[in-house]
Design a protein around this ligand. Sequence first.
Ligand SMILES: [Zn+2]
Length: 395
Amino acid sequence: MTKFFHNCTLVLPDQLLANGALLVDAGKISWLGLEPDAPKVTNAEKIDCSGHYLAPGFIDVHAHGGGGGSFMNPVAEDYAKGFRMHLEHGVTSLTPTPIVHSADEMKQHVAAVRGMAGRENLPHFLGFFLEGPYMADDPAKGKELATESEFAKADPALYQAIVTAAEGTIVRWMAAPELPGVLEFGRAIRKLGIIPCIGHSQATFTEVKAAKLAGFSSVIHLYSVMSTVTRQGGFRRGGVVEAALLLDDLDVEIIADGCHLPPELISLAVKCIGYDRLMLVSDATSLAGYPDGEYEMEIFGKTMKIILEDGVSKSPDRKFFAGSIASGDRLVRTVCQQAGQPLWAAVRMLTRNPAHHLGLSGRKGELVIGADADLVLLDDAIRTQAVFLSGRQVI
Ligand SMILES: [Zn+2]
C-alpha cells in the first residue's frame, strides 16, 4: 500500500524543503516534493508529520553498544538491546563494532547477529566494523609495541581466518598503518571489498600517505588516540590528525557529542573536510541511553567503575573519558546547536556520507526516489519523534 507522508519539512542533502511531502511504495521512496504538487493516490495511507522535519534514517558506522547491550559480547540479546536503543534515537542502520581477536570470536559475533533474525523493529545490520586488534595507542611506545603484543604485527594467517569466519559480514576494518604487516593487511582486505580505516595510530603524515596507496580510505574518530604534530631533530612533521584534515579523499569520522570534540574542533573539521567526507559517529558504549550515575562496565574482561555525567562516561578519577554515550539525534543536535551548522548539513554527515562510504549511495541515507524509506521525524529541538523502517513506523 502506498504511504503519503505530508505536512513536513523534508531534509534534503543540500537544503530544507518546507511544505514537503513524500510517497512510499513497497518500502521505497517513489515521489517527493512540495505537498501541493503531490500526485493523488487513491487509498494511500496518510501519515501526518505534524509539521516536523522528515529526514533519512541515521547510519551510525561506529558503535559498541547501547541500552545496556554491548557489541563486545557476542550474544544476540546484547546486540538487540543496543540496536533498539539506537533506533529510538533515529538510527535505522548500524555497523556494530566489536573488537575481535580470533576467528572463533568472529564466528560468535556472526552467530549473535544472526540470532537477532525474526526480532522486529531493529535497525538494519549493514555489516561489522572491526576496531582493531592492530592498534598503536601509546605515543611513547609507538612501534616498540611490536615486541610486546602479538597484535602489534598484522599476521595474514590470523586476519584471513577472521575474514573466513565472518562469511562476508565485515564491511570496514581499522588498523594502525605504521605497524608491521598492516599495509599488506590493507591491500588484502581492500581486494575483498572491505574498507581499510586508519585509527588508534601514531603514524606520521608520510605514513598516512603510504597507507592511502595501500587502500586505506578512512580515518576513525578524529583527534582520539592518534598522532598530531611531533618534532624530530627539531623538524616538525604532521600526524594522522593533519592528514585527515588536509588530504581530500579520506572519509573521516568525528564523535560529535560535544565532549570528545568541543564545538571548535567540530567546526575545524567541517571547515577542512567539508560536507562530503565527514561522518558523525557515536562510538557509543553499552551505557548509552542510561541516566547520570555510577555504573560498572566490563572492559576487556575487567569490571570497571564508570561515572556518567556531563553527557559522557568517565573513569572513576574523572581524568579520562571511558567512551561515548551519544546516539543519532544527539550528534545532529550537537553539530547544529553547538557548532552552528545547518540541519541539512548535520543530517547529511550522518546519512548520505556514511551511505556513500559504505557503497550504498542512492539506496540508503538520502531522500531520493528509489531509496529505502528508512525515515526519522525530528521536532524543532532535533529530538526523534518517530522512526520508520522501509516505510513502516517502528517508533
Ligand atoms: Zn570505538
